[in-house]
Structure formats: C-alpha cells, structure tokens
Ligand binder design. Structure first.
Ligand SMILES: NC(=O)c1ccc[n+]([C@@H]2O[C@H](COP(=O)([O-])OP(=O)(O)OC[C@H]3O[C@@H](n4cnc5c(N)ncnc54)[C@H](O)[C@@H]3O)[C@@H](O)[C@H]2O)c1
Length: 381
C-alpha cells in the first residue's frame, strides 16, 4: 500500500506524453524522467516538460536505475514485454501501451513477472475510457439493457502513412502490426465491449478475412472479423482494418440486450443512439433516442470533470486512465485492465493469426489467471 507516497514517474516513448496532463493534474505525482532512443525527441520533450538533463535517458535500463516509482511504456509494441519485465524486476509499477505483448510466450512471462514482483501493472487501453463507452457501461450496470448478449466493436484506421518514418526508415508497424495476418490490434474494440459483459471472459475465437488486397506489400489482411465466444456463451464480434482505403472509424460499437440496444455514430452526421423497451416504446415499434439524453447517468467523475480533464485525449479518457493507474498503486488493488485482462485481450489478436490462416478455425483461448498451471499455458488445437 502506497497511500500517501509521493510517486515519481518516468515516461518512455513519445506516445507516453498523452499521460502528462493526467499525471500533472494529480496531487503527489510528478514526472521526473524521460526516455527515448531518439536524442532530438528526448531533448525537445525534456525541455517542454522541464525534465532535468540528468534525468533524460536514451537507454531504458538507465532510467530504471533512477529513483522513479513507476514507468509509462509507450515504445513500439515489441519492446513492451521486455521493458515491462525489466521495470517490474527493478521494483517499478508499469503502465504499458497497447498491446500487452507480441507473442503468447511473452504474455505468460509478463503474468509471471507481475506475480513474482508484486507491483502494479496496467495496460493503457484508452478507448474504454471515452465518455460514451463509460455511459453505456453505467446503463449496463443499472440493468437498463436487461441481459446483454451480443456486441460489436470495430477499429477502422487506415495507417498507410505510418509504415515508413519521415527519414525513410521502415517503422515497427510494418512488422508487428501489419507484417502479419490476423486481428493484430484488438484492444481498442475489446476494451469497450468487454466492459459491457462484467465478469465474463473470452473462451474461444474464430477469425475470417476477405484476403490480402493491400497495395503496400504487407502480409496484413484487408480487414479481419473475429467472433469471440464468451464463457457465458454470449458473442462479441470485432473488426480490425488498418490497410483499406476509407475514412477512419475507430469507435464503431453495437450492444444488444433483452431490453434495449446501443449503436455508435457511423460518421457523416450520425450520432450515438440508444433504444430501450418501455410502455411508450414497445419492442414492436422501437425508436432511437440520442445517447446524450442519458448524460445524467454518466459516472460522477465524468460529469464533474474540469475543462482541463475533459480536454485530455479521447474525450477526457486519457485523464481518467491515469487516475485509475495511480489509484491502483496507492490502494494496492487490481487496476481495471490488470495483467490477466490485458493478456486475454492481446491473445485474441495473437491467436487470430492461427485462426485466419486455417480458414476461421476455432481456437480456444487459454485462461490468464493467477497461478495458471503449465498445461494451461499451451495453445491446444
Ligand atoms: N492507445 C492509443 O491510442 C495509441 C495511439 C498511438 C500509439 N499507441 C501505442 O504507442 C506505442 C508507440 O507507438 P508510436 O506510434 O508512438 O510509435 P513511434 O514509432 O512513432 O514512436 C516510438 C518512440 O519510441 C522511441 N523508442 C523506440 N524504441 C525505444 C526503446 N527501446 N527505448 C526508448 N525509446 C524507444 C522512438 O525513438 C520513438 O520516439 C505503440 O505500442 C502503439 O501501439 C497507442
């Protein structure tokens, strides 16, 4: 328990700067160190944040040797697990960018390290913190949808500008995101959707793709659809497409329950909408209402957000994510996206590769949990 401890944070990777506003707004938290392999980035951002020169590091391990208590890992995906394990071993709490890791073995090593060193690990899945996703979560919690049994999430984001860096070097996204088959980037869809099935877990997945049509010479499918069967038997479907030419839509969601449904805005003048069965709105003639009509049900911290908090990225979500990480450190309680949840959602992407190249074959997900046995960690076909 570190209830009153002053918490010093070190950030690795520029993307981690999305957490700055959140940390700065919290009492007793201070960003004291910065790490980036790129010296220009390091000093530019170090100057912006007033980080002392001796606390700017090119090498992650050097930052770990300083007196920070927690690290934000926002380096390329393939660095997440090696850096998280090194940080945990050095006694630091970890907030890791998505996804948790890039191989199934890595995920188990990560779980084992969190168990061994006893520090807080949280995956920074930010899409689940947007106000609309949180509002739907609250309506689910109040039982307004009845029993929820089907959901969809989609992340449609053409990232063709990110395969090569401005200096002409190939970026990590050409390999670890789009250099492989399957739904490699599933957490922005699963994070929001899985909150609407509290206590449930993904039991098995099946992934389909229309084929590989991208013109970039990358192995990535031109979109994948993954059906996730939950332990309860309910369904969550996710679609990931980062290579097809189309306007972005990173926040497509749909939720169906016995008493109502929700559908997110599809762009082009559309808005988030909701419909509940009632005497005035019987199920034979259901009508949409704006989701915003239910804003009074937003969780209190969203309703009372300051302009600064609400102005943080992803509709203020980036602020509340940081707040949850710090609260988890201070209380010693599991954060909302703890290591097991992070690995479950990440594993959907990793195992989808095996499913999609085997014509949608159903793959059983191992259950990430404390004290899992050796045989639980093996993927069985
Ligand atoms: N949650 C979100 O909405 C969101 C959005 C963008 C990126 N991301 C995640 O953030 C991470 C970084 O993505 P990006 O787009 O910023 O990548 P990027 O390649 O643009 O930037 C990575 C940065 O990390 C630095 N770096 C690389 N290896 C390093 C190392 N070993 N030690 C220290 N610094 C190192 C690079 O110099 C660079 O400044 C990825 O995991 C990505 O999935 C998440």
């Amino acid at each position: 328990m570190e209830q009153n401890k002053h918490i010093k944070v070190g950030i690795a990777g520029v993307r981690g700067l999305s957490t700055v506003m959140g940390f700065n707004a919290m009492a007793g938290v201070e960003i004291t160190a910065l790490c980036d392999l790129d010296e220009n980035v390091l000093h530019r951002e170090g100057d912006n944040l007033n980080i002392e020169k001796q606390h700017r590091y090119r090498i992650f391990d050097d930052m770990l040797a300083s007196d920070i208590d927690a690290v934000v890992i926002a380096t390329p995906m393939q660095c997440h697990v090696p850096q998280a394990i090194a940080a945990l071993e050095a006694g630091k709490h970890v907030l890791s960018e998505v996804t948790a890791g890039v191989t199934m073995d890595e995920l188990w090593w990560l779980c084992e390290s969190v168990e061994k060193y006893g520090k807080t690990y949280m995956m920074a899945e930010n899409y689940m913190y947007t106000p609309q996703v949180q509002l739907v979560r609250e309506l689910v919690r109040r039982g307004m949808f009845g029993e929820t049994y089907y959901a969809e999430g989609a992340y449609l984001h053409n990232i063709n500008g990110l395969f090569v860096y401005p200096d002409g070097k190939t970026s990590w996204r050409s390999f670890w995101q789009c250099g492989k088959r399957g739904a490699f980037y599933p957490t922005h869809s699963l994070g929001p959707v899985m909150q609407w099935f509290p206590g449930d877990h993904i039991a098995e997945i099946s992934t389909f793709s229309p084929g590989v049509y991208n013109p970039y010479g990358l192995k990535q499918d031109s979109g994948t659809t993954t059906m996730c069967r939950l332990e309860s038997g309910k369904l969550a479907q996710i679609r990931v497409d980062c290579v097809s030419p189309r306007p972005h839509n990173m926040t497509h969601y749909l939720l169906q329950g016995t008493q109502g449904c929700y559908q997110s805005a599809q762009g082009f003048g559309d808005q988030d909408k909701i419909s509940f069965v009632s005497e005035q709105n019987p199920d034979s003639c259901m009508m949409w209402q704006a989701l915003t009509d239910y804003n009074a049900y937003l969780p209190e911290r969203y309703r009372n957000a300051t302009a600064e908090q609400a102005g943080a990225g992803h509709g203020g979500g980036d602020f509340f994510l940081v707040e949850d990480f710090i609260n988890a450190i201070r209380t010693g309680e599991s954060p909302i996206v703890d290591v097991y949840t992070a690995c479950e959602w990440t594993a959907v992407g990793l195992l989808s590769e095996l499913s999609v190249v085997n014509n949608g074959r159903t793959i059983t997900l191992p259950r990430f949990r404390k004290g899992a046995k050796l045989e639980d960690k093996i993927v069985k076909l």
